[in-house]
Design a protein around this ligand. Structure first.
Ligand code: GLU
Length: 293
C-alpha cells in the first residue's frame, strides 16, 4: 500500500447503517483499494444530542459484515476536542473567527430588516451582525463562534471527481458559518476539516448531499494552512418520497443476515456490474477491478 492515497468513511452514529450510507461506505472503500490506498473509518459523533448510544458500534459491526474494516484504529470525534480548540484558537489569533451573540430569531429579524428571505438550500445566510468591523457582540454575551469569511476570496472553485467543475460563493450563499455552536458543541465543518488533515486524508468520497459543504471546508483549510483533498461525491439512494434515504424518512437498518445482497444493491447505485451472487470477498475484489479510478 502506498501512502499516496488515504481515504475515509465518516458516518455520524445517529442510527445504524442503511442502504444509503452503505453506498458511501462502499464507494470510499473501493476508491481507496483501486488506488492501492489506505481506508479509515472515523465516527463523527460531535453532535451528541443526535447520536444514538451504541449506534457507532453497530455501524462498525455492519461494515465488518460487508468486509469493510478500517485499516487504522477508528477515531471518535468526541475525543478530539483539544484539536478543534487549537484550530479555533489559530483562527481567532489570525482574525478569521469571531464570537457571535445572535440567536436564530435575531438572525431572521436582521435578515428581514435587510429584505432577505430564506433561499437556497434552506441556508439562512448569516447577515454579519457580529462581525468585528460592525461592532462585534454589541455588549451581548457570546453564544457561538463563526468563521470570518474574507469577501474578496470567498468564491470557491473545485473540480469534483464525479460532479465535474463546481463553484460556490460562500460569502453570498452561506455567510459566516458556525465553528463552535451556542450549546458548546463543535460544528461539523470545523471538526471534519481538522480531522481530514490530522489523518492525512488525500481523497474524500462521500454522498452527494454533502457536496454543498465542500466550499466551506476548502475556505477553512486555506485559513488553517491545511491541504485540500480531492473530492468525489457519489449518487444518493432516494426514499419513497424522492428525498435522500435517511433514518428520518424510514430507511431500514441494513439487514445483516445477507451482506452480499446489501452490497449488490449498493454496487448497483454506483453503476458497477452486479454479476452472479458471490462471497463478500469475491464481490469486493471484482468491484475493485471494475472501479473507475
Ligand atoms: N458525518 C457526515 C455524515 O454522516 C459525513 C461527513 C463527511 O463525509 O464529510 O453526514
Amino acid at each position: 500500500m502506498t501512502a499516496m492515497y488515504r481515504g475515509r468513511f465518516a458516518p455520524s452514529p445517529t442510527g445504524p447503517l442503511h442502504a444509503g450510507s452503505l453506498v458511501a461506505a462502499l464507494a470510499s472503500w473501493l476508491d481507496a483499494r483501486a488506488h492501492g490506498g489506505v481506508w479509515l473509518v472515523r465516527m463523527e459523533d460531535v453532535d451528541t444530542p443526535r447520536c444514538v448510544p451504541g449506534a457507532g458500534d453497530t455501524i462498525l459491526r455492519q461494515l465488518a459484515a460487508c468486509g469493510l474494516v478500517s485499516d487504522e484504529p477508528v477515531v471518535w470525534q468526541t475525543q478530539r476536542g483539544p484539536l478543534y480548540q487549537r484550530a479555533l484558537d489559530h483562527l481567532v489569533a489570525h482574525d478569521r473567527a469571531y464570537p457571535c451573540a445572535c440567536s436564530r430569531k435575531d438572525i431572521e429579524a436582521a435578515r428581514q430588516a435587510q429584505g432577505l428571505v430564506r433561499e437556497r438550500h434552506h441556508i439562512a445566510v448569516y447577515p454579519g451582525t457580529c462581525r468585528p468591523e460592525r461592532g462585534g457582540l454589541h455588549g451581548q454575551p457570546a453564544r457561538a463562534w463563526r468563521f470570518a469569511i474574507d469577501p474578496a476570496h470567498s468564491n470557491v472553485r473545485w473540480a469534483d471527481r464525479q460532479l465535474g467543475p463546481q463553484t460556490q460563493d460562500v460569502a453570498t450563499e452561506v455567510g459566516d458559518f458556525v465553528l463552535k455552536r451556542a450549546d458548546g458543541l463543535w460544528a461539523y465543518q470545523l471538526a471534519v476539516v481538522v480531522d481530514d488533515a490530522a489523518q492525512g486524508i488525500t481523497h474524500v468520497v462521500r454522498g452527494e448531499d454533502l457536496a454543498d459543504n465542500t466550499a466551506r471546508q476548502i475556505l477553512l483549510q486555506q485559513a488553517l494552512g491545511l491541504p485540500t483533498p480531492a473530492y468525489r461525491h457519489t449518487p444518493l439512494v432516494l426514499g419513497d418520497n424522492g428525498e435522500k434515504l435517511s433514518k428520518q424518512n424510514g430507511a431500514q437498518a441494513l439487514d445483516l443476515s445477507d451482506p452480499p445482497t446489501a452490497l449488490m444493491q449498493a454496487a448497483q447505485v454506483l453503476g458497477l456490474p452486479t454479476p452472479a451472487r458471490d462471497t463478500v470477498t469475491n464481490q469486493l475484489a471484482a468491484w475493485t477491478k471494475a472501479w473507475p479510478a
